[in-house]
Design a protein around this ligand. Structure first.
Ligand code: XUL
Ligand code: CO
Length: 439
């Protein structure tokens, strides 16, 4: 197949003053930040489903974007055209990785055997393209939420037959991830939750999800998958209650079922805000538990209560994200743009402009987060804020070498403690502003 995006050329870095819409203003792949090239800090990935499949359908209307890429939708020819479009897109944007669901890359058949035949054929074609271009797979997953059979969940379904069907999909998606040399495997529990407790055996459902995950680990390791499994927390939508509500909940679940050695978190910005958290909060919770795996890079809309999956543009947010990531020593996965153009942004040019915006926003976030760390005032403040734990009674508390009795005696001698010191939030926020806009 020939060139698909004929009037779109390779996107290059032209610097902040450039007015060329098809150039990076901040993402300069080889620029070194804190000793590492930008492209290593930010292993970007293209989300197959949004970029190559989503046409802008919403509850009120059909698609507005043509993603046929010159082929008849729903055919294997179309699946191949998407591969061609995807690899050309990644080449032109300088994106190294892609992420996929089984259902994104080939038409699903009526039976597992039919679906698997399509997947075998398309994955051979993808693998050829990967070898040709050097592009890599960040993570794979199985779509266990779209088909009607999954209306009551996959791991959490009430039907053992549907559970078996889900297991078959996970097995195949793991085969494909290994075939592509993927770095990770994601469980986003799309319909793993419930609408009403009146019809729900919550304990059974959660145990079954854990069983499915345990079998995935066993099978994955047996076929040579040595990457991380990820849970991608999300509190709601499509279900009213989803079991993987947020990072803290998912981490507790993994520990309860002994899955914490094989799993990490895949944190999505828009899911964090739906859970009533900041993106940075979810990253911090994951990092302090040693479970910061990968990131679904997007943003939501604070005026809307659902997952809008927008391309990231809010530099304050990307800065705070990259601050957490740098502090954690990086991610083991990457930055997958789980983002789609707005419905009226419906041209191939918009596909490019969305990724340029997202990549530039994260590059800026990286530059500014590194500058906050180099500035050092925030770190210094936090260190000082907790300094009472570095010596005396504080050091004994930290070391677990005291007791309520000893502390009660200590407090009695003290009479009344001094006030614990101002939190200085406004001062710290003004430091962030100075770094963001001061030069
Ligand atoms: C849905 C979502 C998914 C996962 C993969 O909200 O984020 O696309 O990233 O299944
Ligand atoms: Co996602």
């Amino acid at each position: 197949m020939g060139e698909i995006f004929k009037n779109l050329k390779k996107v290059n870095y032209e610097g902040p003053k450039s007015t060329n819409p098809y150039a990076f203003k901040f993402y300069d792949a080889d620029r070194v930040i804190l000793g590492k090239a930008m492209k290593e800090h930010l292993p970007f990935a293209m989300a197959w489903w949004h970029n190559l499949c989503a046409e802008g359908t919403d509850m009120f209307g059909v698609g507005t974007a043509d993603k046929s890429f010159g082929a008849e939708p729903g055919t294997m020819e179309h699946a191949k055209a998407k591969v061609d479009a995807g690899f050309e897109f990644m080449e032109k944007l300088g994106i190294e990785y892609f992420c996929f669901h089984d259902a994104d890359i080939a038409p699903q058949g009526k039976t597992i055997a039919e679906s698997n035949k399509n997947l075998d054929e398309i994955s051979d074609y993808i693998l050829e393209k990967m070898k040709e271009t050097g592009k890599k797979c960040l993570w794979g997953t199985a779509n266990m939420f779209g088909a009607p059979r999954f209306m009551n969940g996959a791991g959490s379904t009430n039907s053992a037959d549907v559970f078996a069907f889900a297991a078959a999909q996970v097995k195949k998606a793991l085969d494909l991830t290994v075939k592509f040399g993927g770095r990770g495997y994601v469980f986003w529990g799309g319909r793993e939750g419930y609408e009403t407790l009146l019809n729900t055996d919550m304990k059974l459902e959660q145990e079954n999800i854990a069983t499915l995950m345990r079998m995935a680990v066993e099978y994955g390791r047996s076929i040579g998958f040595d990457g991380d499994f990820y849970i991608e927390p999300k509190p709601k939508e499509p279900m009213k209650h989803q079991y993987d509500f947020d990072a803290a909940t998912a981490i507790g679940f993994l520990r309860q079922y002994g899955l914490d050695k094989d799993f990490k978190m895949n944190i999505e910005a828009n899911h964090a805000t739906l859970a009533g958290h900041t993106f940075a909060h979810e990253l911090r919770v994951s990092a302090i538990n040693g479970m910061l795996g990968s990131i679904d890079a997007n943003q939501g809309d604070y005026l809307l209560g659902w997952d809008t999956d927008q391309f990231p543009s809010d530099v304050y947010e990307t800065t705070m994200c990259m601050y957490e990531v740098l502090k954690a020593g990086g991610v083991t996965g990457g930055f997958n743009f789980d983002a789609k153009n707005r419905r009226p942004s419906n041209t191939p040019e918009d596909m490019f402009l969305g990724y340029i915006l997202g990549m530039d926003s994260f590059a800026l976030g990286l530059i500014k987060a590194a500058a906050i760390i180099e500035d050092g005032r925030i770190d210094e403040f936090v260190k000082e804020r907790y300094s009472s734990y570095s010596s005396g009674i504080g050091a004994k508390i930290r070391a677990g070498e005291t007791s309520l009795k000893e502390l009660a005696e200590y407090a009695e001698k003290l009479g009344a403690p001094d006030m614990p010191g101002s939190g200085r939030q406004e001062y710290l926020e003004s430091i962030v502003n100075s770094v963001l806009f001061g030069n």
